[in-house]
Design a protein around this ligand. Structure first.
Ligand SMILES: Cc1ncc(COP(=O)(O)O)c(C=O)c1O
Length: 402
C-alpha cells in the first residue's frame, strides 16, 4: 500500500467490540476465586455452596442496578441467544396454553438471527402468525405503520432496543404504549444486547415486560447472559431439570461467569457517562473523517439515533469482505454483516436490505464498533488505512479519487 506504512503488529486495532469485547481485568480478578477456591454448587447446603449462592445473589443485584429492575426479575441464561429463545418460546408456550385464539406475534425486520430463527420455529412448529415490522431508511420504525399493525389479537411483540449492525435505537417506550393501548395484555420483549452499557436503560421507564442482555458485549465473560422478566409475568421454561433460576432455567449456575457478568455491570454503571462521552467523541471523529475524506461513502442509518460505539458505512464500488480482509492484513479488525452469526457462509445483511439499500451498497458495507479501550491514535490509523485501501481498490477498478 503506497501511502500507508502500517504492517500487522502483535496488537491489532480492535474495532469489533459489538461482536465481542475484551474482558476487563477487574472482572477477571473477581471471577478467579470462583474458578479456584470457591467451587461449590449453589444448590449445596454446605459452606462452599452457600458462598456460591451469595455470589450469584450479589451478581443479580449488580445487574438489576444497571437496568433499574428488581433482583428477582433477573434470570441467568447462557447468553443473548438463549435469552431470546427463552423469551419468545417461553411466551409462545404460555399463550398456547392460555389464549390459543391470540397466536399473533410482531417482530421488526431487523432483529438479530436469534430472534428471527426462533420466530421461524414458533411459526412452523407452534402455528403462530408472524408479522414483520418494516423500518424507514433511517433505520427507525414508523410509529403510524406500527399502530396499524398492532391488533387486540397481538399477544407478543419483540423489537430490539439497539441494532447490532447499524446501532439504531428504537423508540421502545412509544411502541409499548401504542401496543398496550390496543391490548394491555400484550407482552413486549426487547433485545437490549447491543444497548446495554452504551445508553442508560431503565426497564420501568421503557415499560417493557422482558429484556435480553449479554455479558460479553460489555467486557464480561462469554457464555453468560440474562433475561429480565417483569414480576407478574410467568412464561414457561424451555429447559427442564433441577429447577434452578426460580424454576425457569434448569442447570447448575455458571457461578464464575455470573460473578464476572455482575462485576462488568457494576463497572459500566459507575462509568457509563464518562465512557459514553469518550466513545461518542471517537465515533464523531471517525464518522466525520470518513464522510469528508472518502468519496462514495454513505453512513448507514440515522446519525442521531445511534448507540455511541457504532460506525457502519457503505463504500460504493467496493466489496466489503475484500476490504475487511485487507484491513485485517494491516491489523485493523472490523466486521461486515451480522455481528455474531458466524460459521455460516456470509449472507447479504437483512438489516441493510430492510433499510432499502441496493445490492452494491449492501455488499460494500463495513461496521466498526468502538470499545472503551480504543484510543484516538488507533482511530486515526484505522481511518488513514481505510482511506488508502479504498484509493487502491478504486485505482484497480479504474475509478480513482479525483
Ligand atoms: C442484538 C443481539 N442479540 C443477541 C445476540 C446474541 O448474544 P450472545 O452472543 O450472547 O448469544 C447478539 C450477538 O451479537 C446481538 O448482537
Amino acid at each position: 500500500m503506497s501511502k500507508n506504512n502500517r504492517t500487522r503488529t502483535k496488537e491489532p486495532i480492535y474495532l469489533d467490540n459489538a461482536s465481542s469485547s475484551p474482558i476487563d481485568v477487574n472482572v477477571i480478578n473477581e471471577m478467579l476465586p470462583f474458578l479456584t477456591s470457591f467451587y461449590g454448587n449453589p444448590s449445596s447446603l454446605h459452606g462452599l455452596g452457600r458462598k456460591s449462592t451469595i455470589a450469584v445473589s450479589k451478581a443479580r443485584a449488580r445487574i438489576s442496578k444497571l437496568i433499574g429492575s428488581k433482583s428477582n426479575e433477573i434470570y441467568f441464561t447462557s447468553g443473548g441467544t438463549e435469552s431470546n429463545n427463552l423469551a419468545l418460546i417461553g411466551c409462545a408456550r404460555l399463550i398456547d396454553n392460555m389464549k390459543p385464539t391470540c397466536k399473533r406475534i410482531l417482530i421488526s425486520k431487523i432483529e438479530h438471527d436469534s430472534i428471527i430463527e426462533t420466530i421461524k420455529f414458533i411459526e412452523k412448529d407452534m402455528e403462530f402468525e408472524i408479522d414483520y415490522i418494516p423500518i424507514k431508511n433511517d433505520g427507525l420504525i414508523d410509529l403510524d405503520i406500527f399502530r396499524k399493525m398492532v391488533s387486540p389479537k397481538t399477544s407478543l411483540i419483540s423489537v430490539m432496543l439497539a441494532n447490532n449492525e447499524i446501532g439504531i435505537i428504537q423508540p421502545i417506550r412509544s411502541l409499548v404504549e401504542i401496543a398496550k393501548a390496543k391490548n394491555n395484555n400484550t407482552i413486549f420483549h426487547s433485545d437490549a444486547v447491543q444497548a446495554l452499557g452504551k445508553i442508560p436503560i431503565n426497564v420501568n421507564d421503557l415499560k417493557i415486560d422482558m429484556m435480553t442482555i449479554s455479558s460479553h458485549k460489555i467486557n464480561g465473560p462469554k457464555g453468560i447472559g440474562a433475561l429480565f422478566i417483569k414480576q407478574g409475568i410467568h412464561i414457561k421454561p424451555i429447559i427442564f431439570g433441577g429447577g434452578q433460576e426460580m424454576n425457569l432455567r434448569s442447570g447448575t449456575e455458571n457461578v464464575s461467569a455470573i460473578v464476572g457478568f455482575g462485576k462488568a455491570c457494576e463497572i459500566w454503571k459507575e462509568k457509563l457517562e464518562s465512557v459514553q462521552t469518550k466513545i461518542s467523541g471517537l465515533q464523531r471523529y471517525m464518522i466525520d473523517r470518513i464522510i469528508n475524506e472518502i468519496p462514495g461513502s454513505a453512513l448507514n442509518g440515522s446519525r442521531e439515533n445511534r448507540i455511541p460505539n457504532n460506525v457502519n458505512f457503505s463504500f460504493s464500488g467496493i466489496n466489503g469482505e475484500n476490504l475487511l480482509i485487507k484491513l485485517d492484513e494491516y491489523g485493523i479488525e472490523a466486521s461486515t454483516g451480522s455481528a455474531c452469526s458466524s460459521n455460516k457462509k456470509q449472507k447479504a445483511s437483512h438489516v441493510l436490505k430492510a433499510l432499502g439499500l441496493t445490492y452494491d451498497q449492501v455488499s460494500g458495507s463495513i461496521r466498526f464498533s468502538i470499545g472503551y479501550q480504543n484510543t484516538l491514535e488507533e482511530l486515526k490509523i484505522a481511518v488513514d488505512t481505510l482511506k488508502n485501501l479504498i484509493i487502491e481498490f478504486k485505482k484497480i477498478n479504474g475509478d480513482g479519487f479525483p
